[in-house]
Every structure is written in C-alpha cells, then in structure tokens.
Design a binder for this molecule. Structure first.
Ligand SMILES: *Cc1c(COP(=O)(O)O)cnc(C)c1O
Length: 429
C-alpha cells in the first residue's frame, strides 16, 4: 500500500496532489506523538472495559425503561461504571440532563444554599455559566437565590494567583469551580496535575470547601481525571468526549455520595433523587459510546495536533501550538483574515458525513457580539466531539476546531479546509 493508493480515493473527493503531499509530509513528523496518544487511549480503553466487566454489564442492562423508571438496572449499572472510571463514590448519568451547561447548573444549584459563595480561581468561567451564576443578570440565576460569586484571574503567565486565591477564601466560600478546558478563552487549558495542586492548596486552607471541576472536553485526554486528584465533583457533557459520538443527549456528574445526591435531588426533586428517571432506551448508546470514548477522544486529539502543525507550518498562530502538551481537544488557529476563516469552515463542512453539500455562512448568533460562522455536519446535532469548526467574524479571525470520531475523518477535514483555501485562490504557500 503506497501513499498513491490512498490518494486515489482522495483524488475522487477533490483533493489536489499538492495538498495531499503537504499533509502527508507534516503527518510523518507526528508519528511519535501519535504513539503516545494511542498509549493513553489503550490505558483508558482498559480502564473503561475493566469498569464494565467489574459491574457485570449484561445484555439485560441495555433494554429501555419507561414511566417513572424505578429499578432501572441498566441506568444504575451505567452510573456504577462511571463512578468506577472516575474513582468516585457515586455518579449521575442521565438523558434528562440536557447538556453540559445543565449538568453544571444542577451541580451548582444542588450543592449551594443561600448565603454561600462560589469562587472561580481560574478566571471567568465558560460563557453559558454567566447567566447561571448571575454574572450577567438572568431570571432564576444563583444570584437571585442569594448565592454570591467571586473570581480570581490567572496571572499573566497563565499560572495560579496563589495569594489572590488565599485572600478570596472566607467563611462564606462553599464551592470552588475549576474549569479544566480553556473553552473559548485565551488562557491555557489546565492539566489534571495542575488541578490537583490547586485543589490541595484550597483544601489546605479549608478542607470543607467543595471542589468542583468543569471537565468538558477533557475526559480521557490524560490517564487520570480531576477526581483522581481530589475533586469532590466532576461534571461534563455526553455529546462531547465521554459519549463517544454515540450518546444522543446527556450529561454526567461524578463525585462524592453527598455531592451526587444533592445534585440528583436538584435534577428530579427532593426525596426522589436518583431513584427516578426512565432511560427510554438510551442506555445502550451511553455504554457503547463510553466504550468508544477513549479512542474517539484520541482521534480528535490527533486531528487537533495535525491541524496545529499544518497551519503553524504555513505561518499561522496555532493555540495550543504545534508542539505543546494537550489537555483538551480544542484547537484554535488565528487566521487574521475573514476570507481564510470562512474558507476553512467551508472545507470542514464539505468534509462532513451529513450536510456536506451545505455552505456555512456567517450569521448573528445570540450571545455573540459579532457574526459567527459554524461548520458542522454531525450525526448528533451540535455534537462537538464530531468534526466541527466555528469562529467569530472579528479579529483575530480565529477558528475553533474540534472533534473527529475517527482520525482519518479529522485528517480528511483538515485536507479539505486547505483545499478550499487553495481553490479560493488565497495565497497560502
Ligand atoms: C461545552 C462546554 C460547556 C457547556 O456544555 P454544553 O453542552 O454546550 O452546554 C461548559 N464548559 C466548557 C468548558 C465547555 O467546553
């Protein structure tokens, strides 16, 4: 099998030989890094499998429950599997959790009481938390329930402001919110090790403070998770990494028995908690997606690294850069040019398995102060573990690129983005 054998298929799909050869050259230099990622995936695959075997996952667990969902053994087994993978006492993994934002709200609202204060020691949290916390006034925000918020920014070099954090902790501080991924901010993503140091510092001041980690986009990128380094709770979305591309909806909260129970009481109702919540047939997709999640995450990670290397080589600013350690699956590339940003997204869309014939166009989106272009042709609507890209139409014209259920597909998407740029006559080489 030669490169040209592979190229024959890509040629049919509109990739020039020059684009293909260029990507092959860049990819060749990444062999060692990709090997490390495969090893992490191998470890995490075994971790997931072990949890499934230990809990005797059975065919009967894959069947749906309806109505109240009392005694749904499949749902309960899935939650035990999550708890084992994250090394926590308990877990809440539900289709009734709409998305990551909802999971974060349940965890916060369930565990905080009037008079409590939230501290974010890593700067401003993800945008959708603004209205939950009440950073931007909103109906039903935690602020309306008398829960206050304080924030300590990271220092200019991206490190923790230890002194500032110490000073921000007082008797009202009840919960510390630590966001692992940078999301769409410019700060660096935190490693699990860094999160561990931060938690140890906070627990050293006040051991009773709940340390909660927004784990979105970080699951299975490393061999350990935040709950392995002292987090009382980790929270995330199933249409990102842990759903493995198969979960059609859902979110999770893993953590101590008390934290999970309080969250469950908030999700359903006080007194009901985890006992209710029919699975309606999604358990099979949840467990199968979880089974695939380590290799799917590895594929997305390799795609991100390939994109960083290809575009950095061409002179664009990649964040994280071509050689940096990775702690989440998000890749940003600053194009500094609206035409390039649009062409990149058009290429990603053209590479999609669903809606490949659609042309993405910049559009006004709620919550954004400029038009935004979004490329996604996903099996699960809005799933960002699937190959997708988006960017606000304003300087520095950065595209945020993430996902890829398989590495070959992520690679094809990157080739297609470059192809589109070349076709539009933009001088790039
Ligand atoms: C995606 C994300 C969220 C919110 O998840 P949704 O499923 O989009 O609601 C929260 N925090 C971070 C860091 C994220 O990446």
């Amino acid at each position: 099998m030669t490169n040209m054998d592979i190229y024959s298929m890509y040629k049919t799909m509109g990739i020039d030989e020059k684009v293909f050869n260029y990507c092959q050259e860049v990819e060749k230099k990444l062999t060692e890094r990709f090997q490390t990622i495969d090893q992490i995936a191998e470890y995490n695959q075994a971790k997931v499998l072990h949890a499934m075997q230990k809990n005797q996952l059975s065919e009967a667990h894959l069947f749906p429950s309806t109505g109240y969902g009392y005694n749904d053994i499949g749902r309960d087994t899935l939650e035990k599997i999550y708890a084992d993978i994250f090394h926590t006492e308990d877990a809440l993994v539900r289709s009734q959790i709409t998305c990551g934002t909802h999971a974060l709200h349940i965890a916060l609202a369930g565990n905080l009481r009037p008079g409590d204060e939230i501290l974010s020691p890593v700067g401003k949290p993800y945008d959708t938390l603004d209205e939950i916390i009440g950073i931007r006034p909103s109906t039903g925000s935690l602020a309306e329930y008398g829960i206050t918020y304080r924030q300590v920014d990271l220092l200019p070099d991206g490190s923790f402001d230890w002194e500032g954090i110490r000073n921000a902790i007082h008797e009202k501080t009840r919960l510390v919110e630590i966001q692992r991924s940078k999301g769409y901010a410019t700060r660096p993503t935190l490693s699990v090790e860094q999160i561990g140091e931060l938690i140890a510092f906070i627990k050293g001041i006040r051991p009773d403070i709940i340390c909660m980690v927004d784990n979105c986009y970080g699951e299975f990128v490393e061999m350990i998770e935040p709950t392995d380094v002292g987090a009382d709770m980790a929270v995330g979305s199933l249409i990102k990494n842990p759903g493995g591309g198969l979960a059609p909806i859902g979110g999770y909260i893993v953590g101590t028995k008390e934290c999970v129970e309080r969250s469950a009481y908030r999700l359903t109702a006080p007194g009901l908690g985890k006992e209710l919540g029919a699975s309606l047939g999604v358990t099979a997709s949840f467990v199968q997606g979880l089974f695939l999640a380590p290799t799917v995450t590895a594929s997305a990670l390799k795609g991100a690294i390939l994109a960083a290397n290809i575009y950095e080589n061409l002179g664009y600013h990649a964040i994280p850069n071509a050689t940096e350690e990775r702690y989440d699956i998000i890749q940003a590339i600053e194009f500094g040019d609206p035409e390039l940003l649009v062409a990149f997204c058009e290429g990603i869309q053209a590479a999609a398995p669903v809606d490949s014939y659609v042309t993405p166009t910049p559009w006004a989106m709620p919550g954004y102060d400029s038009d935004v272009i979004m490329a996604a042709g996903a099996f699960v609507s809005g799933a960002s573990i699937e190959l997708s890209a988006d960017g606000p139409m304003k300087p520095p014209y950065a595209v945020y690129f993430q996902g890829g259920l398989t590495y070959p597909h992520a690679k094809f998407g990157i080739m297609k983005s470059l192809q589109r740029i070349v076709e539009k006559g933009i001088k790039i080489w």
